[in-house]
Each structure stands twice: as C-alpha cells, then as structure tokens.
Design a protein. Sequence first.
Length: 110
Amino acid sequence: IARLALQPEDFPFLAQIGGHDDSALVRAQALSDRLIAAVNKIEREPDRIHMQLDWSTELGSVILEYIDMQRRFMPTAVLTLKFEPETVWLTIEGPPAYLQVLQNRTTSPT
C-alpha cells in the first residue's frame, strides 16, 4: 500500500462539491418520535393506521409540523386529524411499505 501526500488544493473541483444536508430528515424523525410517544391506542387496517393521541396544545404544533414534513417526504400519504368530544385521532393512509414502517415504530397494543 502506497501513501500519497495530498492536500485539499490538489483537488481543483473541491469547491464545487456540495454537502449533503440531512437536517430535514433528522427533524422529521424527531417529530415522529414525539408523535409516537403521544399515542394511546392504535387501530390498524390494511390501508391505514388510526392513532388515538394524548392531545395537548404542544402536541398540536408538533403534529402540524409533522404533517408538513410528511407532505414533502411522502406526498402520496393522506393524514387526517379527527377531533371527537373526548379524544383526538390521527389517521394515516399511504403505500403499504410506508404504513409498515409506521406500524413497526409503534409499540402500543391494538
């Protein structure tokens, strides 16, 4: 094995190489974690998941940002909030693989 003494200036196109920014994905994961932590109950159907949430004002802002992120990363998904007199449900419809990932992340009983 040979060693070469190289310096950054030895690569004339280095300034044209862009970095990879994962900040949006990291934020989406953090929002997903907070959402999953607020799930009281899960009901699964073949093409959707219903999550009963432990609602709070803080969770409301988390969910709105979560929905915005999901619309960017998974535009085919349909997310619906349903406010009932004593509970709030988030229903997510989408491709089977997407729903499977969500189901795998939840540990609440059905």
